[in-house]
Design a protein around this ligand. Structure first.
Ligand code: F6P
Length: 342
């Protein structure tokens, strides 16, 4: 048996732990493991593939990034590319492929499965928005970084009596903003799923000042829906066709508008790729290990077209089609919980 493994989409902490888990479990079954470089790009042209051994995946459990590299190359964009991926699948004599990624990467795996190729998925994205799993690899590490940043920003906001707007990642779902904001004691959270009225934020900030709270921390998802803020026109897209939300600079827009309307000195911090760097947390290391091992076991059982997901405390098979059907949006209860502490 020969199985391939790749990591696609934006990187996040925990990818190496997942690669290690896939490789170690497969090697324990006596299989050959092929490491595909740079996501789906490594399955195009001649294919960029190298064998993974117990030695090559040793010492990587705690490392951020991905030893395989990643890309946002999307073969679904061109029929010829899907053909090329399928040809390379056969040419490299792969009998199964484990794709570790978010909804974009997993939708390619689902497309290949629909063409009869044996694929299995592992959900990773710091955005935590893949359906059918309570957690994606990378999310816990990202929100730990956000909470740590909020702790640090609190002290400087308080010392200078400022409003600090903190922009975090989260294109379609506000998990990072809500959970990071809850953990870091945010005074307002803006997310893509719930429209925020800037008037409401202004009233809230003024109310806090009247109650003697002379500083505030506001967490804004990069994809937050905000009414009352002038939007920039966005044109540039990434390789998957997504608009570059960093260029939206919603944090800066919100900060400027708050200062203009309240007169409170307001600054912005964009956490950006810091949220995707560094060592995975214990939670992510264990999650990646459980999901990677389960994915290989699905291959062993011939259970293709599935993703290993975490539901409650159980790892369960989730159809890839279900996983990529829609973004998993923020739990309304968690959003309301955060609001109690504004
Ligand atoms: O991985 C998803 C994500 O974190 C999104 O929240 C964000 O829009 C995107 O990555 C930015 O990624 P990059 O800067 O690598 O294009």
């Amino acid at each position: 048996m020969k199985i391939g493994v790749l990591t696609g989409g934006g990187d996040c902490p925990g990818l190496n732990a997942a690669i290690r888990a896939v490789a170690r479990r497969a090697l324990s079954y006596g299989w050959d493991v092929a490491g595909i470089q740079n996501g789906w790009a490594g399955m195009l042209d001649g294919g960029t593939i190298r064998p993974l051994t117990a030695e090559s995946v040793s010492g990587i459990l705690h490392l951020g990034g991905t030893m395989l590299g990643t890309s946002r190359t999307n073969p679904l964009k061109r029929e010829d590319d899907m053909e090329m991926v399928s040809d390379n699948f056969r040419r490299h004599k792969l009998e199964a492929l484990v794709a570790i990624g978010g909804d974009d990467t997993l939708s390619v795996a689902a497309g290949l499965f629909d063409r009869g190729l044996p694929t299995v998925g592992v959900p990773k994205t710091m955005d935590n928005d893949v359906s059918g799993t309570d957690y994606c690899i990378g999310f816990n590490s990202a929100v730990s970084t956000v909470a740590d940043a909020l702790d640090k920003l609190h002290t400087t906001a308080s010392a200078h009596h400022r409003v600090l707007v903190v922009e975090v990642m989260g294109r379609d779902a506000g998990w990072v903003a809500v959970v990071g904001g809850l953990a870091g004691g945010a005074d307002y959270v803006m997310i893509p799923e719930e429209e925020t009225e800037l008037d409401d934020v202004v009233l809230h900030l003024e109310g806090r000042r009247q109650r003697g709270k002379d500083f505030s921390i506001i967490v804004v998802s990069e994809g937050a829906k905000v009414r009352g803020a002038m939007e920039r026109e966005l044109h540039e897209v990434d390789a998957f066709g997504h608009v570059r939300l960093d260029q939206r600079a919603i944090g800066e827009t919100v900060a400027r508008e708050i200062q203009r309307r309240t007169g409170f000195e307001t600054r912005v911090t964009v956490l950006g790729h810091l949220q995707r760097g560094g060592s995975p947390t214990v939670f992510d290391r264990v999650l990646a290990t459980r999901l990677g091992v389960a994915a290989v076991d699905y291959v062993k059982e011939g259970r293709f077209g599935y993703m290993a997901g975490l539901q409650g405390d159980q790892v369960v098979p989730v159809s890839l089609r279900v996983a990529v059907s829609a973004n998993r949006v923020v739990d309304k209860g968690l959003y309301e919980l955060a609001r109690i502490f504004y």
